[in-house]
Design a protein. Structure first.
Lengths: 134, 134
DNA sequence: CTAGTTGCAAAATATTTGCAAAACC
DNA sequence: GGTTTTGCAAATATTTTGCAACTAG
């Protein structure tokens, strides 16, 4: 929670709830996951507020927007550089912290200035593997 | 074109146009890009047909669906294993063919069966870099 | 007090689907 | 001819936006 404090945003109850929900969360939730989780405590919570807060956080480096899931954006409060492994069946995402050296061959850089990278690993999680073999 | 032939699908004029548009295409077009490009020659072409054909192709390994662009799916007819570099400004995507070894630390595999990986490089393309400095 | 935020509803964007008509093989 | 595909429109899903009311600081 501390890491979110005072990056310059008004700490409304809704935002605190979102921040609290995200803090330490390793599930890589979607906007709807967050919305639904908070609806219990904030029956008037709106999607606008969720998206609004997520976008504000993203802009200030408070979270990372993941584009791994073809269906929807997912959000990761872990802003340390890391990678992801996604189950192609159930879309569960887990963090991968391995350190990889990824130099781009000079001929392929196409004049781009490189600012980062992200590895997506694809796989099948234990639960889906088991479900498959039943 | 040859590579698309006879993977078991009916070759309607619309499909041939889509296959022809995709063949050798390095732009990583979205469904709408494809739709719009073909509308000239096929004024009755519908999105349903585009999505339909793309999905059929994907199922048969005729193309790869890219989830790099947060706004929409993009499609890559190059089914050889490769990676991508995306301009965070204009979303242009270029291919990266470097060969990378990406072993997952045992402790992080979470029991997943690994079936593949994909590296996203982020950067700023020459055009956007120039536009930025004006 | 006031700039920034919320909530609602509507809009925008992306993708999927039902189904009758059409067309490939 | 039979199965698959097309095209249209409607439905679904996700995300964004306008704006009046509200509220944290």
């Amino acid at each position: 929670m501390e890491k979110y404090k005072d990056i310059g945003l008004k700490l409304t109850p809704q935002r605190l709830a979102i921040l609290n929900y995200l803090d330490g969360n390793k599930e890589h939730p979607s906007a709807e996951d967050i919305y639904r989780a908070l609806l219990k405590r904030f029956p008037t919570m709106s999607f606008a507020t969720v998206y609004n807060t997520l976008e504000t956080l993203r802009q200030r480096g408070g979270l990372i927007e993941l584009t791994i899931d073809p269906d929807k954006k997912r959000f990761d409060p872990n802003t340390e550089p890391h990678h992801h492994l996604i189950c192609v069946k159930c879309k569960r995402i887990v963090d991968i912290h391995g350190d990889y050296k990824l130099p781009i061959p000079n001929g392929e850089r196409a004049g781009f200035e490189i600012i980062g990278n992200h590895i997506e690993f694809y796989g099948i999680c234990p639960k889906c593997k088991k479900a498959n073999s039943l």
